[in-house]
Design a protein around this ligand. Sequence first.
Ligand SMILES: Cc1cc2nc3c(=O)[nH]c(=O)nc-3n(C[C@H](O)[C@H](O)[C@H](O)COP(=O)(O)OP(=O)(O)OC[C@H]3O[C@@H](n4cnc5c(N)ncnc54)[C@H](O)[C@@H]3O)c2cc1C
Length: 412
Amino acid sequence: MSLSTLNTPSADEPARERDGRDTAAPALSELTTLRVGGPVDEYVEAESEAELIDAVRAADDADRPLLVIGGGSNLLVADEGFAGVVVRDVRQGLDADLEDSCGTDGACGGASLRLPAGQDWDSFVAQAVANEWVGVEALSGIPGTVGAAPVQNIGAYGQEVSGVVASVVTWDRATGSRRTFTLSELGFGYRTSLLKRTMRSGDPDDPGAPWYPTPRYVVLEVNLQMRLGSLSAPVGYGELARRLGVEVGQRAPSAEVREAVLELRGGKGMLLDGVGGAPLGDHDRWSAGSFFTNPVLPADAADELPEDAPRFAVRSATPESTVSPSLGVVDPTLVKTSAAWLIEHAGFTKGFGLAGEHSPARLSTRHTLALTNRGGATAADVVALARTVRDGVRDAFGIELEPEPVLVGTAL
Ligand SMILES: Cc1cc2nc3c(=O)[nH]c(=O)nc-3n(C[C@H](O)[C@H](O)[C@H](O)COP(=O)(O)OP(=O)(O)OC[C@H]3O[C@@H](n4cnc5c(N)ncnc54)[C@H](O)[C@@H]3O)c2cc1C
């Protein structure tokens, strides 16, 4: 275990502990992709599952706030920092069990994969495409870890990780034991899951208690079940289908899907700084991705939107099904609209900042849905911008945008 703790200051390390904070620990601005956030009390890097469990258990036993962190790509942490323990799982790797024979019914086997929570998500996607494991190619370029992927059910370009999850092995902080959830138990929805919902207790008097900002269930390992083949899952997103020259619902070579997605994402600044050969210092990429989720409205409320507002069917992958959610079951009572469209039509243009073009926090110059750090932003700058955008959309359309990242020590 690589530890940077409060418990071990020595005479020759007088600066290690100051005001109850471990000065040797990285600040949250170094651990998150928005690059804001203050110091932490204690930072632990777990190199094995036992170390991860030990660190989580120690924090919970001592009643200390706990932030299990992956790539820090879905977090906005206050400038005051985190007065607790930050634990990062640094395990990488993958166990694969392949069954590639085809039965008389024409159905072929698949890949059963076991990945530690700390595994980098996009390196895994690259490996999956290279090995012809189908179902995550459209999720190329999403930063972060495998362990966090099912927490908010990552999704993009017509795919969601719920389409390939077989089960998730967790550490239950309430009972102090391992617990495995199968697909049907994980309660996946649009950018949510049972895991994410357990961050909050549901107690109106104390909505943050007792687990936030980490779920009750800490992901230890994720098991995926994927089809084998060189062609992708059916393409479920119009913009991607057009780029590939196929119809929505058709398949394309997975390697081409990955390449097209990375190009589309690059054009929108929705990749991490430096990824894909791009030069470092692209501040459009200093973000937490989409800052607001696309609002899902009752169908009659969506009727009130201007005629040209985007309207998408709300579909869900059924628990039994591993098809792309874009091809799942349509719920006729709900309509999803576009948060980016609402923001733009409420008057916020690309690059908008509270103090013009020199604002430290601004909307990305390539995508209105990303709030970005132009180099010297604080968390307070990002929060002020987010509030202004949220309030502007509410005033223009009566719709309350909800933040997608997990907010730590701050709120909109
Ligand atoms: C440029 C950019 C583009 C993005 N594009 C997309 C996109 O297209 N689609 C999408 O869905 N998201 C997108 N995101 C958001 C983000 O990448 C995903 O949500 C990702 O899954 C977060 O992973 P992480 O490891 O960085 O999680 P973190 O940000 O480190 O943590 C997020 C939350 O997950 C919890 N968590 C982390 N690890 C575990 C674990 N092992 N067990 C339990 N809880 C855990 C944390 O406690 C925290 O509450 C984007 C972000 C960026 C910066």
